[in-house]
Design a protein around this ligand. Structure first.
Ligand code: G4P
Length: 530
């Protein structure tokens, strides 16, 4: 029992969010370096060597040289056991990226210092806010010319609506990057650009009152720093751990992942400011992570595209207790007990079979086709279901039609199965039948996945006709409004999902506003409930 508590208490499970190219992979790699999980920088995702760390799953992935799935990496550092959840960007951005955030206890937001808040960060941030999880900001690439620091913070506050509290403060940027000032210890850590890929730094730590500081960073930078500190102390929000925990205040750090500057300091602060897994909401109340009973929920299902292994892996986040290999658990939604087979975990650049895992950890188990996104598994006597995972708004829509209409049965089976895994969302015309299927995806690559899988697994050829819609809204008060009489803009489309919920598709935000104006009392949301 004590061992269980100890194991869980040392766990930290967080997701890294950013816009592509902000430096997420580089930062992750540096974290792993500190944890000793990898020996050499470049082994997580060497773009140059085209070596992909954790996924050898899919044909499409190989063809396109990108990673389709979110990966989970575990490493140990300073007595902690850390799980990092990657949230893929680029073209492989998908609903899975959002779902991964449901499994995290906190998020690290990486921002490029010369760009500020970018589109993908904004999208992922919304999900973090919905979950009220702590959000830490790492402003990266300080070794390149950066935007004004106050402007960067202002941008985060205005764009994302979260208060910021810089824990350290940069001195210069680009060729003139001198280091960072720690507001708490009142010390400057000087920057030395000789650290690429290595663990040890040659930074110096100098107290702000030490006269040697002027020599080190130059008089001009020192006086600028003094001015900025004064301004900052007057203007910025006070550090408040309670607000950080609620996700209302983001501690901000500056650094350069590539040169490995400020990364370890960030990691150390982060670990101190976050907690071990906390209780999760279920239909019978909060579930204590330290409970002896194992419980977990499925947040991602990944089909293996290797023709020799037509299996699926269900990724689950353990929320309480301990998992041991071969243990029997109750699958609540399926209504039966089953053995979790082939449990796997990702360690840096390999997958391994695990025999023990604890609350906070993520495991992937073999799925013979029984799990759905959001399902609960537990050994507790009193069965319960964890709060469901919302359906995230797709941004791309296409009408799907069959090339050979004789294949209708396989087609419906295939699309339904793929939708159940959560790779796509399936809709029908409002008051229409199954003749016409509209598919919605968060990332366009999912259309290719759908086409590829229908051909390969179900022997069905389809045609996809792109539709111009970019926004979907669930009708929050669907029982109170008459969907027939909703008076939208002429380009609005009414559809229903597979559970019969009515939804509205729009081409732009303006049409949404217009529709809301025209229909008094109509409440629309961006997240659907499962
Ligand atoms: P991502 O996962 O968020 O998409 O970003 P990634 O880490 O792949 O970094 C994107 C590019 O930015 C990479 O360069 C990387 O080397 C660079 N980078 C990351 N952190 C820093 C930093 O602190 N300073 C500077 N100057 N550059 C940084 P690339 O040339 O696109 O890729 P690669 O060929 O070097 O892998």
């Amino acid at each position: 029992m004590d061992n269980l508590r100890q194991e869980i208490e040392k766990r930290r499970t967080f997701a890294i969010i950013s816009h592509p190219d902000a430096g997420k992979t580089t930062l992750t790699e540096k974290f792993l370096l500190y944890g000793g999980a990898i020996n050499q920088a470049g082994s997580v995702k060497g773009k140059a060597t085209a070596k992909h760390a954790v996924s050898d799953w899919m044909e499409i992935e190989k063809q396109r040289g990108i990673s389709v799935t979110s990966s989970v990496l575990q490493f140990n550092y300073d007595g902690y056991c850390i799980n990092i959840l990657d949230t893929p960007g680029h073209q492989d951005f998908s609903e899975d990226t959002y779902r991964t955030l449901m499994a995290a206890d906190s998020a690290v937001m990486v921002i490029d210092a010369s760009k500020g808040v970018e589109a993908q960060t904004r999208k992922l941030f919304k999900v973090c806010v919905m979950r009220h999880i702590p959000i830490f900001t790492f402003i990266n690439k300080m070794d390149r010319d950066a935007n004004d620091t106050f402007e960067l913070l202002d941008d985060i506050e205005k764009e994302l609506g979260i208060a910021t509290c810089p824990i350290n403060w940069p001195i210069g940027s680009g060729k003139q990057f001198k280091g960072v000032y720690d507001r708490n210890s009142k010390e400057v850590m000087t920057f030395a650009d000789t650290l690429k890929g290595t663990k040890e730094g040659s930074e110096k730590i100098i107290h702000i009152d030490d006269p040697a500081l002027s020599d080190e960073i130059g008089e001009e930078f020192k006086s600028q720093l003094m001015d900025e500190i004064e301004l900052l102390d007057g203007a910025s929000a006070d550090f408040d751990m309670d607000l950080v925990t609620k996700g209302e205040l983001s501690p901000v750090f500056f650094g350069s992942a590539l040169t490995n500057f400020g990364v370890e300091t960030f990691l150390q602060h982060f670990l101190k400011m976050t907690y071990a897994p906390t209780a999760r909401q279920s239909d019978i109340g909060m579930i204590d992570p330290f409970s002896e009973d194992f419980s977990a929920f499925v947040f991602k299902i990944q089909a293996n595209m290797n023709k020799n292994h037509r299996d699926r892996i269900a990724f689950m986040r353990i929320c309480s207790g301990q998992f041991t290999a071969g243990m029997e658990v109750y699958h609540v939604q399926g209504g039966k007990s089953l053995k979790l087979s082939q449990p796997q975990q990702m360690m840096a650049d390999e997958r391994k079979i695990v025999d023990k895992a604890y609350a906070g950890d993520i495991i992937g188990v073999f799925d013979p086709g029984v799990y759905s996104i959001g399902d609960t598994l537990t050994t507790a006597k009193d069965k319960f279901e964890f709060e469901g995972i919302p359906t995230f708004a797709p941004e791309h829509f296409a009408r799907v039609s069959l090339v050979d209409s004789m294949k209708r049965k396989q087609f419906v089976k295939g699309v339904t199965q793929i939708a159940q895994e959560g790779a796509i969302q399936m809709f029908q015309e409002y008051k229409g039948g199954m003749e016409e299927i509209i598919v919605g995806v968060v990332g366009v690559l999912q259309f290719d996945v759908l086409k590829f899988r229908l051909e390969n697994e179900y022997n069905v050829q389809i045609r996809l006709e792109n539709l111009p819609y970019e926004h979907i809204r669930w009708i929050e008060n669907k029982d109170e409004v008459n969907v027939d009489t909703i008076n939208g803009t002429s380009d609005m489309k009414k559809v229903v999902d597979m559970k019969g919920n009515p939804l509205l598709l729009f081409i732009n935000e303006w049409s949404i506003g217009m529709t809301l104006d025209r229909n008094d009392g109509l409440v629309l949301t961006e997240f659907g409930r499962n």
